[in-house]
Design a protein around this ligand. Sequence first.
Ligand code: ADP
Length: 451
Amino acid sequence: MFQKILVANRGEIALRVIRACHDLGIEAVAVYSTADRGAPWLDVADQTICIGPAVSAASYLNIPRIIAAAEVSGAQAIHPGYGFLSENSKFAEQCRESGIEFIGPPVAAMDALGNKDKSKTVARKANVPTVPGSDGLVETEDEAKRFAHQVGYPVLIKASAGGGGKGMRVARDDASLVTGFAQARVEAEAAFKDGSVFLEKYLDRPRHVEVQLIGDQHGNVIHLFERDCSLQRRHQKLVEESPSPNLPDAVRKEMCAAAVRLAKEAKYYNAGTCEFLVDQQNNFYFIEVNARVQVEHPVTELVTGVDVIREQIRVAAGEKLSYAQKDVVQRGCAIEVRINAEDPARDFRPSAGVVKTWRPPGGPGVRLDSHVCAGYRVPSNYDSMVAKLLVHQPTRAEAFAVMRRALREFIVEGIHTTIPILRTIFDTPAFIEGKVDTTYIERELMPNWPG
Ligand code: ADP
């Protein structure tokens, strides 16, 4: 087992990984940019190293600096968290070439799955259903039109390298296809330095259900059941829960088995997530693999009792999985909400600044993963998430009651947060009944929200 791990990330996920290291008796090295100097999570680390200025390209995305920091500190492994370098196979390769273990999947699996259109080829090979789509990349408007006419509008233009909802456009006719095609390519080129796009049939009001996977280097892969992340705004998740409400057990079983098949086909190990869309007839379609730990992994930790980060570290060190599939059960209901420094009354405008009051909830059934405290300045340079609030209860109704209580108790002053809209969401009948789809917030909730 490793004695020292470098955490190549910031904020709540850096803190989460540092905690997992300490639970395993491992020292944690935190790296930070000048914008994060003096940040609270750095106090918890055993060692801290400044890796550059605020701009991510020069610090949290700066591969030579991060590898040098690991070498100087004597860390034997690097945990990339999510975002930043977590899905960068070149980074993984360079870490391993430098004799530092990258806590994540093998490079070949990252390459095979890292790209949405390539990963669909792997899915088809593993006999996993995919959303009807163009056969590979679409280079010209004419090709795009041909596909759209063949499957029928609406269609979705998707960046092959996409993430975070970027480079995605819905087209409902030839005119919007032509403009969307150009916009998606420009946006993808700017965000990922890769403007390639492909097309998919745009499913009508689907639910988003994903399967957590974990595998070791000895060929064992298991699933840790599913999470429902249908409550989204602009293709970004706001709330996640497990189990997925109103999902027939047979579909759950099939979906989990399909995810494991796909991971085995790609010779995958470490943690990953297989994302699916579920249509109104409960047919499921693979959309992509997130080859890293996800923001919402604690939902799975609560219902299964498996510590996903600890397990990631163990398998990266070459150990066998601590669980066999039959040992993993889904107990009760867990829900997570993402609390972002954004103003929902002003179109979710980012709200950086100093947190004057921070009174988080607690009590039975509540877990809070956050790097924030009173006096902390939320920098404008990075992701706006300030906390993940989770609840775990025997039933979904009880989980809702505890979440309402926790959201009522949570007081933040000095910055705007998404807490007010989350309070509304937990009183919304369609969500209480588990009947929301990925377009619900924009279609039904926001137009009627007083703010
Ligand atoms: P990203 O990697 O940018 O997050 P995903 O491929 O994971 O993109 O898709 C994000 C969200 O976009 C999904 O959860 C869903 O809401 C929507 N989406 C993606 N593909 C489709 C599709 N074919 N039809 C309808 N909605 C889709």
